[in-house]
Design a protein around this ligand. Sequence first.
Ligand SMILES: [Zn+2]
Length: 168
Amino acid sequence: MATNLTPPLDQAHAQLYCGICAANGNPGVMLIREMHLLKCPFSHQYSSVDEAIARGSTMVPLPLNERPPLTSVKWEVFIHPKVRDMLMQKYRGRLHATLDSMFGVLADGNVLVIEGKDAADMKKRGLSNGAQIISFINSTDSIQTENQQLRTRLEQFEQLLRAAGVSQ
Ligand SMILES: [Zn+2]
């Protein structure tokens, strides 16, 4: 399995951008811890993370450096650049792990691919994974069985009525 390795955080950095600077049109100014205070280079200060956030500070996004699994080998594949960009954006920080498991599923061969409009239709019906689809099929099966049983009983009842001369 892939591992997400993030570099150790610099304890002096609060991992927050200064909210006051951001409000002044200067986003991206990092807050530094100084004793119990959070300060920015422009002398804005906050007494706690909560106060900084209440005054508009936002979290510095963590860098996501994904390392492929040690047991994996590098393999060049051909892919449309747009698709690659979409994948890199969508699975940021877990792309190798995602592709690793997708390749595994494809190699296994026991795969059912549902995509595009069909997948959207299924999701609208609350079906977004294999277990939900199987349970939906099972419930449809049991409704059909029940329906058949009811029909059989109705026919038996009609025969009885006919025999008794109640109906034609
Ligand atoms: Zn500031």
